[in-house]
Design a protein. Structure first.
Length: 307
């Protein structure tokens, strides 16, 4: 047999995605190039690695075994690269971070200089909902998580990064009769909530309960972007983190509704389990944040103080 690492990577990707087309897109290769490599790889085995039923590709049991072996080989090759870099005195390895969806507007800025300085660090950042983030942390599937509310059931360390301000927002056509709106004036509006478990949803519910506001109509959406687009389209009003709507406020697609006791404030936190044995990469990133967070905030989030 004379297969290459490139062929192993291509077959592993095809097996994972169950599609030559999707594999070509994932690997930034043309579909014919992927098909040729798959054909050449298959030619080295007497047993079929895959079969086509209708127009759908299925990996055979033998193919699954080869795919798992390919994954282990590629992982070891990656480890060789990291070990070589470490012996050269470089910071090298994997950094896994899980963040709630709204944190995607902030976390890249805290990562940028670190990743540029340490080219041998491989980053995986999962952007998902709060429950999945905490599950990943609890199951030791990530090094760090970024959240705006501290989980009470987990024994964690944390670095407080920056404030998370939330405001009531509406689209450009919302035209209140007075500058400061009373919540009772909004009773007939459709309130757009994030999904259950979301920190933004919790803040919104707590505010409504505190002020004894009963709403007549509501909608639930599962991402900050979905909520933003729904508000822009005029479907309803919502409470949203200012960090994710800066451009929409500047171009007038959204407007802040001035309300009593706003803005609501929480803090963005980078958290990790106290029981977690941090890798050298993770420790270096933690130290980087502790030393540079104020500079990063000043450099990228000075506009934040205007709200």
């Amino acid at each position: 047999m004379n297969y290459t690492l490139h062929q192993l990577e291509i077959f592993r990707t095809i097996a994972e995605l169950q599609s030559v087309t999707k594999a070509s897109e994932h690997l930034f290769l043309t579909q014919p190039a992927v098909s040729i490599q798959l054909k050449n790889f298959q030619a080295q085995f007497n047993l079929p690695l895959f079969e086509i039923v209708g127009r759908k590709l299925y990996i055979t049991e033998f193919g699954e075994e080869i795919s798992e072996t390919a994954f282990k080989i590629l992982e070891q090759v990656e480890n060789i690269k990291y070990k070589s870099a470490i012996f050269e005195g470089k910071i090298a390895g994997k950094l896994n971070i899980s963040i709630v969806s709204t944190a995607k507007y902030t976390m890249p800025y805290f990562l940028s200089d670190f990743i540029k300085t340490n080219e041998m660090v491989s980053l995986t950042m999962d952007v998902t909902n709060k429950m999945t983030v905490l599950r990943s942390l609890e199951n030791n599937e990530c090094d760090f998580a970024m959240v705006s509310t501290i989980p009470k059931k987990l024994n964690i360390h944390r670095i407080e990064l920056m404030k998370n301000k939330l405001y009531f927002v509406a689209n450009r056509d919302f035209n209140p009769s007075k500058k400061k709106v009373l919540l009772k004036d909004l009773n007939k509006s459709l309130f757009i909530f994030r999904e259950s478990g979301s920190a933004t949803r919790l803040a919104m519910e707590q505010y409504l309960v505190k002020h004894k506001i009963a709403i007549e109509k509501e909608m639930e959406l599962t991402s900050n972007e979905a909520v933003k687009q729904a508000v822009i389209a005029g479907l309803g009003i919502s409470i949203m983190p200012i960090i994710g709507i800066k451009n929409e406020l500047r171009n007038g697609d959204l407007q802040i509704i001035e309300m009593t006791d706003f803005p609501l404030e929480t803090n963005w936190n980078l958290i990790w389990l106290k029981s977690k044995n941090l890798s050298l990469v993770a420790k270096t990133f933690k130290n980087h944040l502790e030393e540079n967070k104020e500079k990063i905030i000043k450099q990228h989030f000075t506009w934040f103080k205007d709200f």
